[in-house]
Design a protein around this ligand. Sequence first.
Ligand code: DND
Length: 226
Amino acid sequence: MSILELVDSARKINDNKIEEFSNIKNKKKVGILGGTFDPIHYAHLATAEFIKDKYNLDWMFFIPTGNPPHKLGIKTDKYDRYNMVLLATETNSKFIALDLEIERKERTYTVDTLKDLKNKYPEAEFYFITGADAICEVESWKGMKKNFEMATFIAATRPGISLLKAQEKIEQLEKKYNTSIISVYVPSLDISSTYIREQIEDGKTVRYLIPESVEKYLETKNLYKK
Ligand code: DND
């Protein structure tokens, strides 16, 4: 199968999962992993799976950013980043890729995404997952008070960022916003999108760090090469 056929097949599977999700009317617990995913890698997938299992979440949404406020110089086309998320999530029946941010013309903020999701799925309870690095930055995000009202935030360990250090920030945020933030140790995988891009740029291997289908996609599309 060509890579375009593989993406097409992953898109159909994803559409079926969205339909199944939409047809369940009772309350469901939904994790959200938002990210630039440039590219998506196994630490993203393993973190999502670990948290889904630990907190008995029913589904996990992967939402690639469109025009995010915090990374203005992204070179990779947003549709390529989304296609890679489609491929990476294909084999997990509870992982859904959503294109609502990449389809938005304006700058994309989490607060607008959560509003959209709350309107569309009022019966769902949302858990927004961030790495320990991201939780330390959330005060700079737009509409953070509203974000904390619409979702429970879960801060996960990330190699190189101590959750203990982040804990101080978390307590400060909890007081300031009168909210509760869950912090969790996930088995650490020292993989980052930056590392993957650098490996590819240097002509080095990324095998076993990203799903094979994603590797095939970025090879075919010549992404991240010098
Ligand atoms: P990133 O670009 O940091 O994601 O974006 C994370 C989320 O923050 C996105 O949903 C953005 O829309 C949102 N955000 C950022 C800034 C401002 C606003 C919103 C706003 O609304 O104003 P990456 O692709 O780098 O990574 C995705 C997630 O996975 C992150 O939470 C990251 O910390 C985490 N992660 C790891 N976790 C554990 N182990 C690893 C990881 N690598 C990445 N090895």
